[in-house]
Design a protein around this ligand. Structure first.
Ligand code: KG4
Ligand code: ZN
Length: 348
């Protein structure tokens, strides 16, 4: 797209959790490069992300990852119009690495700095291929740290309608995988195990938090799985070690279907409330095939039908393309940050 600036290239930087990522994106949609250094191997043996280890790995990788993104995108500093960085929400000691790198480059290259909300960037992933968003639109963002429903007017106009009051959906997948002694990260492991399981084997609770609530709660279902495996008072023996692969698969499938049920029903509730023509789905858990299929079915069966926009799989989990893409829209709106930019644990 030709603008008053010509072509716009944004360098995006992402370090909010356990992926060090950088990307160069042209005009918000054309991905020139995307580099992700995953820390999965480092955190695997702890069954979750260890903040200090994450921060140290980001420090080691951040400049090589940025250099690779620039090289793959065949971009020199003169080709870059601005630097966008996720500064919230996330682990502050992880975010600070990306924010410091972005501020340093902004100063050294004399380029504008753009602050990006990581959750809004996840939502942007679902809009990468869509030119004309049909309104009203509702977005479901499901990640390791967050489960949120937004009313979405545009990339920059988002209103939070509901969120989790305890565990996030991805967190529940990770914790249940831990209980079932499935490998980290839990989401893909549960999905894999669930493929061979019976989703009707166990009736796990579906917390809807009342008729009108748009919030989520996933700690109850996690506890239900824990009690199922360890006995109601946690005094029973841990049955997981003696369970067959089929029993583990049945638990995984029954858990997964319950979580997806809640996610789809709540999204439908919001969609009906606002008369949504479009539903957007993003975040790490959006990589889950069953969720993608169930949400598609809900949209197809709605009267009138709703259009579903799902983030491409490679941009569901953390990446910098979504940061650079959203950065473009903030650039066009001249929404710049300055060198006092700080990382923030929570979304504002
Ligand atoms: O968005 P993301 O990469 O990081 C955060 O912002 O938190 O999401 C990571 C979360 C993890 O909890 C992971 O288990 C979950 O997304 N996840 C999945 C799948 N792939 C990743 N959950 C369910 N099914 C999947 N296929
Ligand atoms: Zn994320």
């Amino acid at each position: 797209m030709k603008t008053e600036y010509g072509t716009i290239n944004i360098l995006g930087i992402e370090t909010s959790c356990d992926e060090t990522a950088a990307a160069v994106v042209e005009d918000g949609r054309i991905v020139k490069s995307s580099v992700i250094s995953s820390q999965t191997k480092l955190h695997e043996k702890y069954g979750g992300v260890v903040p200090e280890i994450a921060s140290r790995a980001h420090i080691e990788k951040i400049y090589p990852v940025i250099a690779e993104a620039m090289e793959q995108g065949q971009a020199s500093k003169d080709d870059i119009d601005a630097i966008a960085v996720a500064n919230q929400p996330g682990l502050t000691i992880a975010l600070v690495v990306g924010v410091t790198a972005a501020k340093t480059l902004s100063l050294a290259w004399d380029k504008p700095l753009i602050a990006i909300n990581h959750l809004h960037a996840h939502l942007q992933s679902a809009m990468l291929t869509e030119e004309n968003l049909q309104l009203p639109a509702v977005a479901l963002i499901v990640s390791g740290g967050h489960t949120c429903l937004y009313d979405c007017q545009s990339s920059l106009e988002l209103k939070l309608l509901g969120s989790t009051i305890d565990d996030a959906a991805g967190e529940a997948f990770d914790k249940v995988a831990n209980i079932l002694k499935l490998p980290y990260p839990g989401g893909p492991s549960i999905e894999k195990a669930a493929k061979n399981g019976n989703p009707n084997a166990i009736e796990f609770p579906r917390s809807m938090l009342g008729r009108d609530s748009l919030d989520f709660s996933f700690s109850g279902i996690k506890t239900a799985v824990l009690y199922y495996c360890h006995g109601q008072d946690m005094k029973g023996e841990n049955k997981v070690d003696s369970m067959s692969e089929q029993q583990i698969a049945d638990i995984a499938a029954s858990f997964q279907v319950a979580v997806i049920d809640v996610l789809v029903k709540k999204t439908q509730r919001v969609a009906e409330k606002v008369g949504a023509k479009t539903i957007l789905l993003g975040g790490g858990v959006a990589a889950n095939n069953s969720l993608r299929v169930e949400l598609q079915q809900m949209c197809d069966l709605s009267v009138p039908t709703r259009k579903l926009l799902i983030a491409p799989k490679q941009y569901c989990t953390d990446n910098a393309v979504m940061v650079a893409s959203l950065g473009y829209y903030k650039f066009m709106a001249k929404l710049f940050a300055d060198l006092t930019l700080e990382p923030k644990a929570h979304s504002s």
